[in-house]
Design a binder for this molecule. Structure first.
Ligand SMILES: [Mn+2]
Length: 432
């Protein structure tokens, strides 16, 4: 509770004066009266810790800062069918808001709260429905102009301040992310032991879901990619419905969400437990690229340093193995490496798997890494069949991804429990 109240205070300090309106996400219908599993809005949750749908946070900054929650009413009849809800009174007490109202009072209260506030902080353009509500309330305030009431004169995107805050993880967040990472790492190890030729990709996906839920994660952080053989060369493959074949590699990109926080791990390993020569060559190459990238994660470096470090290693390897021709400089310059490595080496990680936060400064430079940043480091190599490509590499897709915390002195890999080296993988899979 203190953590969330500290975040609200921090945002109100940065606003200085004005009102912020931050709604949570709506429930989404799957069909008829069934919904998709509910997921709160990350910005709203970041400031409240409140997981119910139909809720709005209002913050009033200034000399007397106030935090106000609008949420669903207590309703015994609904609770019999759909489960517990706090109701405004209990929510105010449990979550430490200054005031709480029924969500049904939103239209009545918002124009009053907006009146005479100099600035309105809101995620304009994020949702057409909320944009319309906001302009309705603004018009209601403006309609009182002749009584001397003023509407906010300036609209500010509240996400700017929140994105900057979310980039720097607090000790509380780092602890949660370590636990999320630890669950995902043990799920990868569990899957590695379950894999055998003749099993199906979805059976391996089931091992992940089993381990996630068994250890208390509430959901996968994103749809798991379980891609055997050539399927690994489709970057966002998630049909997960093919048979696993001896001689193929299996690429799995899967992570869980624990109390809102994502983990994101990719491992690639042989279905039969032994790498072939060409598979091992490319695997060791990607692993070396990842090591170089991780080594460059530190507050001394900017965001793009790990990508550049990984690219240097990958490009040298592509030339060595006859995938690319020419010098390192020429291959980097022409971009011919993109035939085999077409994505970037990572992204911010947090409440969202591709987390909030800028990658460049307003001046257009890469941002410097800072202690408390959490990012993924995930180089890869994907070889689709082509005449110009040595045939023994065809259909090999490899990605190795870990979650890395920037520390004062460098970095810490929080997913290192997931088995990764060739020797470890082969030894581990022999034990099954
Ligand atoms: Mn990722």
């Amino acid at each position: 509770m203190q953590e969330f109240s500290r975040r609200r205070q921090h945002l109100m300090d940065s606003m200085q004066a004005g009102i912020a309106v931050i709604p949570t996400a709506p429930e989404v219908t799957r069909n008829r009266d069934s919904h998709y599993p509910y997921r709160f809005d990350s910005y709203f949750y970041y400031l409240t810790g409140f997981k119910e749908p139909e809720a709005v946070l209002v913050l009033i900054a200034g000399a007397q800062p106030r935090s106000i929650l609008f949420c669903r009413d207590k309703d015994i009849e609904s609770e019999i069918w759909d489960g517990f809800r706090y109701g405004p009174e209990a929510a105010k007490k449990e979550f430490g808001f200054d005031e709480a109202f029924s969500i049904t009072q939103l239209d009545e209260e918002l124009p009053k709260l907006m009146a005479n506030q100099p600035e309105l902080f809101f995620s304009l353009g994020a949702d057409a429905g909320w944009d319309a509500k906001i302009s309705g309330w603004l018009n209601a305030v403006k309609a009182q102009a002749r009584t001397g009431v003023q509407a906010p004169g300036k609209l500010v995107d509240v996400r700017q301040a929140l994105d900057a805050m979310r980039l720097l993880k607090s000790p509380y967040e780092v602890d949660l992310m370590r636990r999320s990472a630890s669950i995902a790492a043990s799920a990868h190890n569990r899957a590695m032991q379950a894999v055998q030729p003749g099993k199906w990709e979805y059976e391996i996906e089931a091992e992940f879901l089993h381990e996630f839920y068994r250890q208390g994660a509430q959901a996968p952080a994103y749809t798991s990619i379980v891609a055997g053989g050539a399927n690994a060369c489709t970057l966002h493959y998630n049909a997960n419905n093919a048979e696993l074949k001896a001689g193929d590699l299996l690429l799995i990109d899967a992570g869980c969400e624990l109390d809102g926080y994502a983990s994101d791990i990719t491992r690639s390993f042989p279905v039969s437990g032994r790498f072939s020569g060409p598979q091992k060559d490319l695997y060791e190459l990607v692993l070396a690229a990842q090591a170089a990238a991780i080594a460059s994660v530190s507050p001394q470096h900017h965001w793009n340093a790990p990508h550049e470090a990984a690219l240097d290693v990958l490009v040298d390897g592509f030339i060595h193995y006859g995938l690319c021709q020419g010098s390192r400089e020429a291959v980097l310059e022409s971009g011919s490496y993109r035939q085999f490595y077409m994505h970037r080496t990572g992204h911010w990680l947090g409440l969202d798997v591709h987390d909030a936060g800028e990658y460049k400064t307003p001046a257009g430079d890469w941002v410097m890494l800072q202690p408390g940043n959490m990012l993924t480091v995930e180089p890869g190599c994907y070889v689709r069949p082509a005449e110009s490509v040595p045939e023994h590499f065809w259909n090999i897709g490899i990605r190795i991804e870990d979650d890395v915390l920037v520390t004062a002195t460098g970095h810490e890999v929080i997913t290192s429990a997931a088995i990764k080296t060739v020797a470890e993988i082969e030894a581990f899979m022999r034990q099954q």
